[in-house]
Design a protein around this ligand. Sequence first.
Ligand SMILES: [Ca+2]
Ligand SMILES: [Ca+2]
Length: 92
Amino acid sequence: MKKVIAAITLLAVSTSFAFAMGQKYFDKLDTNGDQFLSMEEYAVNLEKYFAKKNITDPADKKKKLTNGFNKKDLNGDGKLSLEELNTKSKKK
Ligand SMILES: [Ca+2]
Ligand SMILES: [Ca+2]
């Protein structure tokens, strides 16, 4: 039974990663509940993506995390709102 739940969770995670992030999933990542994701909180989300893509190199992970985070942080305040996460990245 636990395995089934894990599979469903994984599916939900990959779905929310590919499409829009839901408020529920956002709340789960937002561990301190300030309605923003810090880079640390965002990293938890990316770890699942890295595991799926078999990315294990710490330097590579860090680069992808920083790049991804900065791309998403549209107003540059160092944290991500749900709105920013669901906004398609624009070229600057
Ligand atoms: Ca937070
Ligand atoms: Ca921001």
